[in-house]
Design a protein around this ligand. Structure first.
Ligand SMILES: [Zn+2]
Length: 255
């Protein structure tokens, strides 16, 4: 398939808008505020942010990261998230073209980024990402998607059952909550996008990344590092490289 340059650029622009919306979700969902109303305001002077000051990435650069009116600093997180989501959407169309596969990749990546940032900051994973993401995953699978609806439903079911069992066993063994409900709901959603084999690979990858990063970081910072961040990274890797990893593993077993 020839590279669709116009499609990639368009996907990047659409992605930057979703990145802008994801910023709103990241700030408001953990505190149970509506992501629709009211319009964004400067937290210091309270003035609404005009549309021309809300253009993804560009406005922040032009205003040099400050409010137009009171010069309050605006977090660099806003343009970074916008650029990251724009990049994911462009990459999805670059690899998969303007297709259902490309859309599924872009949507999944956006949700995972929202989960990772929110879990890192607040130690929680809002239902909008997990249950909302599950609904989107099933809807995208309904149209044929990657593996079809049955694959998505089985993946979600295995994701839920497996994490529920781990949480249950963890509570028995450690006598305290080993895994939050957010992780269970998250892996249900992930299963709808990557199927049951992908769920296993995501868990394995999350545990591996977790052990490499989690334990040193936890000891150094003396606080827990949220597991959802590692699960999100592993889920993204599974979505992109899962088939290749399974092929490699299959060949490895036959040797
Ligand atoms: Zn201001």
């Amino acid at each position: 398939m020839p590279l669709d340059v116009a499609g990639v650029i368009a996907a990047g622009l659409v992605g930057s808008l979703f990145g802008s919306f994801l910023n709103v979700c990241i700030v408001r969902l953990p505190v149970d505020q509506s992501v629709v109303r009211p319009r964004s305001r400067c937290p210091r002077c309270g003035r609404p942010i005009a549309w021309f000051d809300n253009v993804p990435v560009l406005s922040w650069l032009i205003l040099r990261g400050r409010c137009r009116h009171c010069r309050e600093r605006i977090s660099v997180q806003y343009p970074v998230i916008e650029a990251a989501v724009a990049g994911m959407w462009a990459a999805a169309v670059w690899w998969h073209g303007v297709s259902l596969h490309g859309l599924t990749a872009a949507v999944f990546g956006t949700i995972l980024l929202g989960i990772a940032v929110t879990d890192a900051r607040h130690y929680l994973i809002p239902d909008e990402y997990t249950w909302g993401g599950l609904a989107l995953g099933l809807l995208l699978a309904l149209r044929g998607g990657l593996g079809g609806l049955l694959t998505a439903v089985i993946g979600a079911g295995i994701g839920f059952a497996l994490l529920y069992a781990i949480a249950w066993a963890g509570e028995r063994v450690f006598r305290e909550e080993a895994m939050g409900g957010g992780d269970i709901k998250m892996m249900t959603m992930v299963g709808a996008f990557v199927g049951w084999k992908g769920v296993l690979l995501t868990l394995f990858g999350g545990a591996l990344l977790g052990t490499l990063v989690f334990i040193p970081l936890t000891i150094r910072k003396r606080r827990l590092v949220p597991f959802g961040v590692f699960l999100a990274a592993a889920a993204g890797i599974t979505f992109v490289f899962g088939e290749a990893i399974f092929r490699w593993y299959g060949a490895f077993l036959r040797v």
